[in-house]
Design a protein around this ligand. Structure first.
Ligand SMILES: NC(=O)c1ccc[n+]([C@@H]2O[C@H](COP(=O)([O-])OP(=O)(O)OC[C@H]3O[C@@H](n4cnc5c(N)ncnc54)[C@H](OP(=O)(O)O)[C@@H]3O)[C@@H](O)[C@H]2O)c1
Length: 351
């Protein structure tokens, strides 16, 4: 069985290497590029770091997306904004492969014209992986990865096949499951990212400097959550819980608790130690620091598009998108002050 990963960065190279290690009978290929790809091609292996320690996993690699030809399953693990270009490059080689997205964003429509609905599986992962240096990836956080049908389809046969395959990876804390309403968990995670991205505009620690700071929580956090919920309700999106991880309902509960006079102080102290030591780092922050294009058009921008498609608006998320683009145009490592962000969002919500 041949399994390919189109776009082997943090997620793609970690899942590919783990699959190769735990199921050596599989023919696993990574389609690589850039400095990370160069390192993999020179060594013929990927170095993976995690609870298992450090390991070098030999892997088949290619710089040519056409080399996915003959695959039974092709995982698409490029950033959302690179999806169409990657599919175009691999298009004639996809054959009858099951194509599986493990990406943030609701980019099902981008697959239209490249993959028929019955061969498309959409995934959402709560894990966190990072490329530490070219050729070396780390599992920062374990978690579940859920798979289900693409928008417009209801069949779960493909998702079941993918879960069966990935369950060969025997790493404690890494779980794979089928989720019929995968769109609901994807929008759930997208809302957390929409909030987190807003905190990145001022390079603020998401929990301790954004959510735990009352003016940000009330002036930025709450309007984002309220706007997302309004748009989901207008769009008939049913949010589904994310098993075992921070999701929208947990974040809303945390925000409520922080608003309470005495309980709020206690919660603040409890989270301070934990999240100052191990802050949640969003890719938007890393991309802005490196001067790379961000995924914001597919996160906060997706809320704006969904709103427009159902005849409403999402001005708060639109402002987060606009402010991110302002930062993208400046040289990397430039951020707003936290007060700037609060002022710009408050101005909108005061109208
Ligand atoms: N990392 C995480 O922990 C995490 C967690 C949850 C969800 N996600 C989502 O998973 C997706 C992948 O994220 P990631 O962190 O793995 O991103 P990443 O590290 O940037 O990996 C994407 C890789 O795809 C490459 N690529 C782009 N276009 C390509 C093409 N046409 N052909 C071949 N390779 C191509 C990129 O190369 P260049 O760098 O040269 O563009 C990069 O190496 C994103 O949607 C992200 O939001 C990530």
């Amino acid at each position: 069985m041949k399994v390919s990963f189109l776009g082997a960065g943090a997620i793609g190279s970690m899942f590919a290497a783990l699959l190769r290690k735990h199921a050596p009978e599989l023919d696993v290929l990574v389609v690589v590029r850039g400095a990370h790809g160069q390192a993999i091609s020179e060594r013929g292996e990927i170095e993976i770091v995690g609870p298992w320690g450090e390991e070098r996993v030999p892997i088949a690699w290619s710089f040519d997306p056409q080399d996915v030809a003959g695959s039974d399953i092709v995982f698409v693990t490029v950033k959302s904004q690179a999806t169409q270009a990657a599919l175009q490059q691999a298009q004639t080689a996809l054959g009858d492969a099951l194509v599986v997205s493990i990406q943030n964003g609701i980019n099902d429509a981008q697959y239209g014209g490249f993959v028929p609905l019955e061969r498309l599986v959409m995934g959402m992962t709560t894990t966190n992986m990072a490329v530490l240096e070219p050729g070396r990836v780390s599992m920062q956080l374990d978690g579940c990865t859920l798979f289900g049908p693409a928008t417009g389809s209801s069949g779960t046969t493909g998702a079941q096949q993918v879960v069966e395959l990935l369950r060969r990876i025997q790493v404690s804390g890494l779980d794979f499951a089928v989720e019929r309403n995968v769109l609901g968990v994807r929008y759930n995670k997208l809302t957390i990212n929409a909030l987190g991205y807003a905190s990145c505009l001022s390079a603020s620690n998401f929990i301790t400097e954004a959510l735990a700071y009352r003016p940000w929580r009330l002036g930025v956090g709450r309007p984002i959550v309220e706007e997302c919920r309004k748009v989901f309700s207008a769009g008939g999106i049913e949010i589904t819980k994310i098993p075992g991880r921070s999701d929208l309902s947990r974040i809303v509960n945390l925000m409520h608790a922080l608003n309470m006079p005495i309980l709020g102080k206690m919660v603040q102290m409890a989270i301070k130690g934990k999240f100052e030591r191990s802050p949640i780092v969003f890719s938007l922050y890393q991309d802005l620091k490196k001067g790379k294009p961000t995924e914001v058009d597919h996160i906060n921008g997706q809320i704006v598009r969904l709103a427009e498609s159902v005849g409403t608006t999402a001005p708060v998320n639109a402002e987060i998108v606009a402010m991110t683009h302002e930062l993208e145009e400046k040289s990397g490592d430039t951020f707003f002050s936290r007060q700037d962000v609060i002022d710009r969002i408050t101005k909108l919500t005061a109208i």
